[in-house]
Ligand binder design. Structure first.
Ligand SMILES: Nc1ncnc2c1ncn2[C@@H]1O[C@H](COP(=O)(O)OP(=O)(O)O)[C@@H](O)[C@H]1O
Ligand SMILES: [Mg+2]
Length: 263
């Protein structure tokens, strides 16, 4: 295996995902420098979420490698990759609707819990102390995403944009080093999308993250990403800084008939 440069936190090498006769992702090879914000864009059905699913362990790639911190991790289950520091949000929000906002974040945090489930069950002083710490830390995270006032509300009662931010808080609770956001601005109003750009930059700094996001809102993509990868029918048709991508004829053609990549 070729060594990955020190400043690259995650790298994909010739990732392929086949579903029967459909090659949903073909030879996806990308590098993600530590501390970067990268965008993965392309028309509907291009294979973006499938890339996320392979990187986060929800799909086992048909072939190819995911190298994280210099180690091959492809095919490991999602919880193992999450423990290793890869966290994500979902295109279709996945929250525990009947649990409170705070409980939804605590679910993420429990992955980092030190006391065993048995200790938790019998409520030892250690587990009680840890539970208190978890609760406090999760309240801090809710504050970061601007949802602290709603901690006691049921997750389902939140407006769409707030549910997306709650998912981000839950992902942050797992203490990731690499965060994948699948269409974080979907369902947000223009003001919320605008705020999201600043928010993504803030959490990158505050939590020392490397971020990969899928997004259709070109204003968000162009505003926050330092580098873009463009997929079309599973193929990587372009990669580069946003300014170059915006004027790339292949990218413009891929978007014709869908939405124009305008900033
Ligand atoms: N579990 C699956 N089984 C079969 N086909 C799938 C599965 N997941 C995704 N696909 C197909 O792979 C292609 C890429 O899908 P997806 O990665 O969701 O695209 P995007 O996120 O870019 O819109 C689509 O044609 C989709 O129907
Ligand atoms: Mg998708």
């Amino acid at each position: 295996m070729q060594p990955t440069p020190q400043d690259v936190i995650l790298e994909t090498r010739d990732l392929n995902m086949r579903f029967g006769g459909l090659l949903a992702v073909s030879d996806f090879s990308a590098v993600f420098p530590r501390g970067s914000i990268t965008g993965l864009i392309g028309p509907n059905g291009a294979g973006k979420t499938t890339c996320f699913n392979m990187i986060t362990g929800f799909y086992k790639p048909t072939s190819g490698q995911v190298v994280f911190h210099g180690e091959e991790v492809q095919g490991r289950p999602p919880y193992a990759l999450c423990r290793a520091g890869i966290a994500r949000t979902f295109q279709n929000i996945r929250l525990f609707n009947n649990e409170t906002v705070l409980e939804n974040v605590m679910i993420g945090r429990h992955l980092r819990q030190k006391t065993s489930w048995l200790q938790t069950l019998v409520f030892t002083p250690a587990s009680r102390r840890e539970e208190k710490e978890i609760r406090a830390r999760c309240m801090e995270l809710l504050d970061v995403v601007g949802l602290a006032d709603l901690a006691g509300e049921k997750a389902a009662s939140l407006p769409y944009g707030a549910q997306r931010r709650l998912e981000i808080a839950r992902a942050l609770a797992t203490e990731p080093s690499f965060l994948l956001l699948d269409e974080p601005a979907a369902g947000m109003n223009p003001q919320e999308s605008e705020d999201l750009m600043g928010f993504v930059r803030t959490i990158r700094e505050a939590f020392g993250l490397t971020i990969l996001l899928i997004e259709h809102d070109m204003k968000v993509v162009m505003g926050v990403c330092e580098h873009l990868w463009v997929l079309d029918y599973g193929q990587t048709i372009a990669s580069g800084p946003p300014e170059a991508i915006r004027s790339d004829p292949k990218v413009i053609t891929a978007y014709l008939g869908e939405e124009q990549p305008h900033a």
